[in-house]
Design a binder for this molecule. Structure first.
Ligand code: PMP
Length: 487
């Protein structure tokens, strides 16, 4: 199942010197010419020249285990043989590479394979809109779709959300503030806004959502839709509890609000199910898909139930909606993940890695939390030397949750766990861990509200040995980075 990594090439001292020269020159020219808005390139000063599976080789001859995977795009790792073969087949066939949104056999095969994977309940009545090549464009399309179908304007979105960088996607992301978007609490254990975490914290988050919608003076008009990620990725790897997701589905169904699930990052087996909504059994009205569906090339689509399909021709157009190479690479990837049950593999391996990371957390007070689902894993770094953690919500003036009368409803008594107070985030330590990882040949991403969460998004094809190597290097990097912080 796992791809064989290339054998290290024999390199002479002269070649090494030449490599290093090329590597430094390219990096120097990049920093002189490219925008100050560049991102990954700042924290990862490497020059990839070859890659296969989990491994990237730099122009300096160094090899790295790539747990960034194109920001979660590479379900099969770099240059998987089935992906390369699919791309070559299109190139050799003489098929046109640019066809706008016209029908082609390549597109037909992609849509057939994609529809085959969709959650039951949506698959039978699904429509697909091919969008411009980025996830953010598919988010824009989804927002436009539900606004047109409902004739309403407002959106419900969540704290910590990330949906992209274009105007509409930014509006529904956590960093924005806009009157058209009502912001709702996304449940989380470690930094629970209600100070209790767990099922009770999620229950309070759901009740807040319900009360905003049902209170005629809440200031939130009946919205056109609700958009959420089943696991917040950029927000710091925060998996939504299945019960909470089912509550969101019930709340939106009862009020005729279309539910848009953004599976741009969670899709194609990443979380241990082919689509992350399958964990809860929730069937959304709209799904936004990108990243892994293009098998490492740019592709984004919106999938939605046919009764929402009332927008007019040209409602969401774009020149680059027919990338034949991406569709072929995507078909091969979707089929490979399905046939080799890679979602299941991601679930099993991810659970094991989480257990190992939790043991590591027991040795390192600077690890505040370890969380994730499948092979979407986050390690939150905190400052254990901080005097006293900030007061938990219920410790502030006013009655603590536990002192209030028992609420009616399924959650029963909501007890406050005062031991669960989070320590302050440690973004500088997280950066140091990322640097130490790179020195040890491991590429990791940082994320979360304070950029203090080390993120692992390895390919779903990694072997047990590769998983162990990743964790060894990470553990070593954390020890090295934490040392100066402990004096
Ligand atoms: N939605 C989610 C959940 C994402 O993680 C991302 C990208 N990280 C996007 C949307 C935006 O995708 P893109 O960067 O391709 O526009």
């Amino acid at each position: 199942m796992a791809v064989t990594e290339p054998a290290p090439a024999a390199v002479s001292a002269a070649q090494t010197a030449a490599h290093e020269g090329a590597h430094e020159g390219i990096l120097r020219r990049q920093s002189a010419r490219e925008s100050s808005a560049r991102t990954y390139a700042r924290a990862l000063p490497i020059v990839p020249v070859r890659a296969r599976g989990l491994t990237i080789e730099g122009a300096d001859g160094q090899r790295y285990l790539d747990c960034l995977s194109g920001a979660g795009t590479l379900a099969l790792g770099h240059n998987h043989p089935v992906v390369l073969e699919a791309i070559r087949k299109v190139l050799d066939s003489g098929a046109p590479l640019h066809v706008l949104d016209l029908a082609t056999p390549v597109k037909d095969a992609f849509t057939t394979e994609l529809f085959r994977t969709l959650p039951r309940g949506l698959a039978d009545r699904a429509r697909i809109q091919f969008c411009g090549p980025a996830g953010t464009d598919a988010v824009e399309a989804a927002l436009k779709l539900v606004r047109t179908a409902t004739g309403r304007d407002g959106m419900l979105a969540f704290t910590g959300a990330y949906h992209g960088m274009t105007a509409g996607a930014l509006e529904v992301s956590g960093g924005a503030s806009d009157v058209r978007v009502a912001r709702l609490p996304y449940p989380q254990d470690y930094r629970c806004p209600f100070g209790i975490g767990g099922a009770d914290g999620a229950e309070l988050a759901a009740r807040w959502t319900e009360s905003l919608l049902d209170d005629t003076k809440s200031g939130v008009p009946q919205p056109a839709g609700m958009i959420l990620e089943p696991v917040q990725g950029e927000g710091g790897v925060i998996p939504a509890p299945d019960d909470w997701l089912r509550r969101m589905r019930a709340i939106t169904v009862a009020r005729s609000i279309p539910l848009i699930v953004d599976e741009v990052q969670t899709g194609v087996g990443r979380t241990g199910a082919f689509w992350a909504v399958e964990h809860s059994g929730v069937v959304p009205d709209v799904m936004v898909l990108s990243k892994a569906i293009g098998g490492s090339l740019p592709l984004a689509v919106v999938i939605y139930r046919d009764d929402l399909d009332v927008w007019p021709p040209g409602a969401h157009a774009g020149t680059f909606r027919g990338n034949q190479l991406a569709m072929a690479a995507g078909t091969a990837t979707l089929a490979y993940v399905r046939e080799n049950r890679l979602a299941e593999r991601a679930g099993v391996l991810g659970a094991r890695m989480l257990t190992q990371l939790r043991s590591l957390a027991a040795e390192h007070p600077c690890i505040g939390d370890v969380r994730g689902r499948g092979l979407m894993i986050g390690v939150e770094l905190v400052d254990p030397a901080a005097d006293e953690p900030g007061p938990a919500v219920a410790d502030r003036p006013g009655p603590a949750v536990a002192d209030r009368p028992e609420p009616s409803g399924s959650a029963g008594h909501l007890a406050l766990d005062r031991s669960r107070r989070p320590l302050p985030p440690a973004p500088e330590l997280a950066s140091a861990v990322q640097r130490e990882c790179l020195r040890r040949g491991l590429i990791v991403e940082l994320g979360g509200r304070h950029s203090s969460v080390v993120r692992l998004l390895p390919p779903l094809t990694i072997t047990d040995e590769q998983a162990a190597a990743i964790l060894d290097r990470l553990a070593d990097a954390i020890s090295a980075a934490a040392r100066p912080h402990h004096g």
